[in-house]
Design a protein around this ligand. Structure first.
Ligand code: NAP
Ligand code: ZN
Length: 346
């Protein structure tokens, strides 16, 4: 066992504070990673607060991890010491269940999430990337393209793939009108990726305060959802809406912006249930769907796509002792557009 340093919440809604714990000795198929940067996802806040009712404490958050390989087990063939790598939202998945499908493993029942997840063969939960190092099975480690900086690439490991996967699945591309609802960490990656895919991109944000940024990221149009006229102007015009909002919304109002056969995909995961009138869907044969991160194969495809298009996150770098303030700011939508922790400050 190797001693690791990190930051943890000891109970629901606790502030994060320094925490020392053990990482396993590497097995033959493991990669040891010195963590350089970790993005701060709104899911980290939901999990620290036990907002989804599934958290296990002590809880070391962090699933937008980049770093450098420091050692590999004897059977590891794809990585060597010094490689620039990433780890996203899960570190293992089932190998035996009937529906096993390696390219959709994020939806399989045996998923082991990067933090706060029970893990086979251990009494301890997984501990995430707000820490100095981790030990991860080779099959769950991603390669970071050489042209992408490790700090600004970190958010691709969750925010990037969470938007890339539904944009691909619902065929965002030339001739498609795609709206990104919420311009936060996930949303700003969605604007950049949808633009690079060739779609016509609209941002739907609470106000126009980030309009200049959104247009620079590649949006073609930008509307404030606080302005009732937005819902009249855009009614029936969009092919696809990706909702990244972390709080409960009136989804019906947004479904009405879809064309016939349009789809709204929820990736934002509010803690409260929502009500929906069936007539938001019926008149336009509309679809309301959900999507969760992406498979390891698709995450590597997304990283390579971002490498080809020079896409990284817009980041505010913080030291680890600023993390509790960063959570407060994120809850006020006051981040441009992703906090990334410099792990050298641990
Ligand atoms: P974030 O950076 O805080 O961005 C959320 C954005 O939602 C805000 O910037 C804001 O955009 C908008 N928003 C927030 N509160 C709102 C409210 N009350 N009404 C209307 N709009 C509001 O969060 P994030 O890291 O992008 O994560 C967003 C959500 O996705 C979280 O619930 C997270 O847990 C979830 N998530 C899901 C997956 C998945 O696989 N499905 C993966 C990662 C994260 P504007 O300022 O532009 O209005
Ligand atoms: Zn995340």
């Amino acid at each position: 066992m190797a001693t690791a340093k990190g930051y943890a919440a000891q109970a629901a809604s606790d502030k994060l504070s320094p925490f020392t714990f053990e990482r396993r000795e590497p097995n033959a198929d493991d990669v040891v990673i010195a963590i350089k940067h970790c993005g701060v996802c709104h899911s980290d806040i939901h999990m620290v607060d036990n907002g989804w009712g599934m958290s296990v404490y002590p809880l070391v958050p962090g699933h937008e991890i980049t770093g450098v390989v420091t050692a590999v087990g004897s059977s590891v063939s794809r990585f060597k010491e010094g490689d620039r790598v990433g780890v996203g939202c899960f570190v293992d998945s089932c190998t035996t269940c009937a529906q096993r499908d390696l390219d959709l493993e994020q939806y399989m029942p045996g998923l082991v999430q990067t933090y706060s997840s029970p893990q086979p063969g251990s009494d301890l939960p997984t501990y995430g990337g707000y820490s100095d190092h981790m030990v991860v099975k080779e099959g769950y480690v991603l390669s970071i393209p050489d042209n992408l900086a490790l700090d600004a690439a970190a958010p691709l490991l969750c925010a990037g793939i969470t938007l890339y996967s539904p944009l691909r699945h619902w065929n965002a591309g030339p001739g498609k009108k795609v709206a990104i609802l919420g311009l936060g960490g996930l949303g700003h990656m969605g604007v950049k990726i949808a633009h690079a895919m060739g779609a016509e991109v609209t941002v739907l944000s609470q106000t126009l305060s980030k309009q200049g940024d959104g247009l620079k990221m590649g949006a073609d149009h930008y509307y404030a959802t606080s302005d009732a006229a937005t819902f009249e102007t855009l009614a029936g015009t969009l092919d696809l809406i990706i909702c990244t909002v972390s709080a409960a919304l009136d989804w019906g109002a947004y479904l009405n912006l879809l064309k016939i056969d349009g789809a709204m995909v929820l990736v934002g995961a509010p803690e409260e249930p929502a009500q929906l009138n069936a007539f938001a869907l019926i008149p336009g044969r509309r679809t309301l769907a959900g999507s969760m991160i992406g498979s390891i194969k698709e995450t590597q495809e997304m990283l390579d796509f971002c490498g080809q298009h020079d896409i990284v996150a817009d980041i505010e770098t913080i030291s680890i002792n600023q993390i509790n303030d960063a959570y407060v700011r994120m809850q006020k939508s006051d981040v441009r557009y992703r906090f990334v922790i410099d792990m050298a400050t641990l």
